[in-house]
Ligand binder design. Structure first.
Ligand SMILES: [Zn+2]
Length: 273
């Protein structure tokens, strides 16, 4: 560790994923963002629930971080984070229909997932953003309500990062999936799961002591109706979870090439306050 060279970076946080059980790290979150120099950066692993309160940054904040190039993760955007030195600089505003945030994200928009796949093939791009052409459906799919014994063993490990004061990570018993198409003649449509911490958190908050009918109504209003009918601009932030099959590291990652990491939106003026 000590011989690694750290760099200081300023990062606009676009996505924090809901934590995943991890063999080495108990549980990990993946953070993606855009640096003030205008390129994508992924921070992984991040032990987000174990960070000091003063270091627990929010999405859409500018943060100052110390990072070095990840050695275990061959994706070009991936960096290792020094979790002891995170400075929350400021939270961005939503004024003027998300102007500040749009000005950071829009220069990095790609046309389509097909376009991102081309970039992946040519220079191993593994993070990007698109504006979907049409979102046709939001699915709430049942999954196992319990961690598997293997996942539970990972979450119960003792060690350097033991979450002594942090409750056991809650299993989200659903997958949330958008069906959509891109603005590209090659597009045959996509169906992708959302991994945002915020979506999981909405589920946890709204489902407590509520029937499925009750929470689903509120949940669909936010993530289905508003996203598909009200917000006039949606960005999906996408991550390559696998490398080309001929790459020696390809088995480290999942099957799907891109997964939706974020559905962000800004509001059509005067429709929603
Ligand atoms: Zn497409």
């Amino acid at each position: 560790m000590s011989n690694r060279v750290y760099e200081t970076k300023t990062l606009f946080v676009t996505v924090k994923t809901y934590p995943n059980p991890s063999k080495k790290h108990i549980e990990t979150t993946c953070v993606s963002g855009i640096t003030d120099e205008g390129y994508w950066m992924r921070l992984h692993p991040v032990h987000f629930r174990l960070l000091e309160d003063s270091s627990q940054f929010q999405r859409y904040s500018w943060i100052g971080v110390r990072v070095n190039k990840a050695t275990q993760d061959p994706r070009p955007e991936s960096y290792h984070l020094d979790e002891s030195k995170i400075e929350i600089i400021r939270h961005t505003t939503t004024d003027n229909m998300w102007q500040e945030r749009r000005e950071i994200i829009e220069p990095l928009l790609s046309r389509s997932i097909e376009d991102l796949q081309d970039q992946q093939a040519s220079n191993r791009t593994s993070l990007g953003a698109i504006r979907p052409k049409e979102i046709t459906r939001f699915q709430i799919k049942d999954t196992d309500p319990h961690w598997s014994p293997k996942q539970r063993a990972k979450l119960s490990q003792l060690g350097l990062f033991s979450p002594q004061n942090v409750p056991l990570l809650e299993k989200i018993p659903f997958e949330f999936v958008y069906d959509f198409s891109c603005d590209d003649p090659r597009c045959n449509g996509h169906s992708m799961q959302v991994f945002d911490w915020e979506v999981a958190q909405s589920y946890r908050r709204w489902s407590r002591d509520k029937s499925r009918t009750e929470w689903e109504k509120q949940f669909r209003d936010m993530y289905d109706y508003r996203v598909r009918r009200i917000y006039d601009t949606i960005y999906f932030i996408l991550e390559a979870s696998s490398l080309p099959p001929n790459n020696a590291h390809s088995q480290l990652f999942g099957e799907s090439i891109y997964a939706i990491k974020s559905a962000t939106a800004y509001k059509r003026r005067n429709i929603i306050s």
